[in-house]
Ligand binder design. Structure first.
Ligand SMILES: [Zn+2]
Length: 422
């Protein structure tokens, strides 16, 4: 009895929830098409099936006269209304594959639900003889899909778009919003507020850092419009974050320099930088695509952004927060875009360091220089000389470590060279 009640509640909730979603508005059903019949797979739920085929759960329930949509059983045959005309759309929702590492307590069902796919798809992709025998640490191939549709827009939100609705760890996301009325727009992602730039008319944009170590999952970007009378209206936009293609390396630092890794030294230096890069200049100081900071194009990358790192046999995992460019001592370093020098001084770990504020919470850093030729507060234009490559600070050889911080979070620098943002 209680079980039936909870299924009924689940049914009512899902009908309410999914009933609000716009479904296939641009794919009118054709007449004279045989309905697509789906055979329910082990582990399927109606929600999985609805998400997989981008259908309204209520439509499936009605088409199949389901009294209790909480109960579908393997082998059961379901008419999926409209699917015969939707095969391309169905295919386009799966946009790739990625690797999932099995965590303690996970089952094939919980893993499938993380990636909004059916357990049977995960079993098939991995050719699993016994899906009940998963090992912690086992690597599974899982599909990458577009995130489920966000709730429909309500006034005053007239348009919301994400540069990459499915995005890998470590990248910069661009959020564009149009408002139908005068309001102040703010956003937050995982509890971190971000600010919008009011472009022109009713259009706004913001850049959001996706942390290189954030757990892959479906997340929501929260938008808040505050009207002149103080009333606040919100919109959540779904975002699918998938694992980045990052490798791992163990760094060994020799004894003479290992002293620089003392926790208090690292902490002090980090705090000094944070007081700079957590400030937000509320307008972009750059324009167009960033250049490389050295003459070589493209420069030789000796260590990629995002590489998972351990130091001197420690088990603590961090990641490489920038791109390392090879090159001898004395190679000139240039500003890649407009900005204001926020810091230019000698640090213990980062050596001779320059940090440039580009506005909107974005900073670029240049560590280990042999010589700095700019001073804090100086305005720089793209191509201005800022210093020379060196081997100062905590390094194993001369190189330029080029780091981008967005609201304090390290993001992939090379994205800013290959794409025009916003
Ligand atoms: Zn580096």
């Amino acid at each position: 009895m209680t079980r039936h009640l909870s299924f009924t509640l689940l049914f009512l909730f899902t009908i309410y929830f999914f009933g609000l979603m716009p479904v296939n508005a641009d794919s009118p059903l054709q007449e004279q098409v045989d309905p697509f019949v789906y055979s329910v797979q082990p582990g399927d739920t109606l929600i999985f099936i609805a998400l997989k085929y981008n259908l309204n759960l209520a439509d499936i329930a009605l088409a199949n006269h389901l009294q209790n949509p909480g109960l579908v059983v393997p082998g059961q045959r379901l008419i999926l209304p409209g699917v015969a005309t939707l095969s391309n759309q169905e295919l386009s929702t799966v946009i790739g594959e990625q690797t999932h590492t099995v965590q303690p307590g996970e089952t094939i069902f919980t893993i499938a639900s993380i990636y909004f796919t059916a357990p049977d798809d995960v079993i098939a992709l991995n050719d699993l003889p016994d899906p009940d025998l998963l090992q912690v640490g086992q690597l599974l191939t899982v599909p990458v899909i577009q995130p489920p549709p966000s709730p429909p827009l309500t006034w005053p939100f007239s348009d919301v778009s994400l540069s990459e609705p499915t995005i890998i760890q470590g990248r910069t996301l661009i959020v564009r919003v149009s408002l139908a009325d005068e309001a102040t727009l703010t956003g937050d992602f995982e509890g971190q507020p971000f600010s919008f730039y009011h472009d022109s008319g009713n259009d706004y944009w913001a850049i959001v850092a996706i942390h290189a170590l954030i757990e892959p999952n479906i997340y929501q970007i929260h938008l808040t419009a505050t009207l002149p009378d103080g009333q606040t209206l919100r919109h959540p936009e779904n975002l699918n974050i998938v694992e980045g293609p990052y490798s791992s390396e163990a760094i060994v630092v020799d004894d003479t320099r290992a002293g620089l890794l003392a926790p208090e030294v690292i902490q002090q230096e980090r705090e000094k930088l944070e007081t700079q890069w957590l400030q937000v200049t509320p307008r972009p100081l750059w324009e167009g695509t960033f250049g490389y900071p050295v003459d070589e194009n493209p420069p030789r990358v000796t260590s990629d952004f995002g590489t998972r790192r351990t130091y001197n046999n420690s088990t603590a995992m961090s990641f490489h927060g920038g791109s390392d460019f090879g090159g001898g001592v004395g190679v000139p370093i240039y500003a890649p875009a407009g900005g204001v020098v926020a810091l230019a001084e000698t640090l213990h770990v980062r050596g001779n360091a320059v940090l440039i504020d580009h506005g909107m919470g974005l900073f670029s850093g240049y560590w280990h220089q042999s010589k700095i030729v700019v001073t804090a507060g100086q305005r720089v234009q793209p191509g201005d000389l800022i210093g020379y490559v060196g081997d100062t600070g905590l390094v194993t050889g001369p190189h330029l470590h080029w780091e981008f911080r967005l609201n304090g979070i390290a993001v992939e620098p090379l994205q800013w060279v290959s794409e025009t943002i916003p």
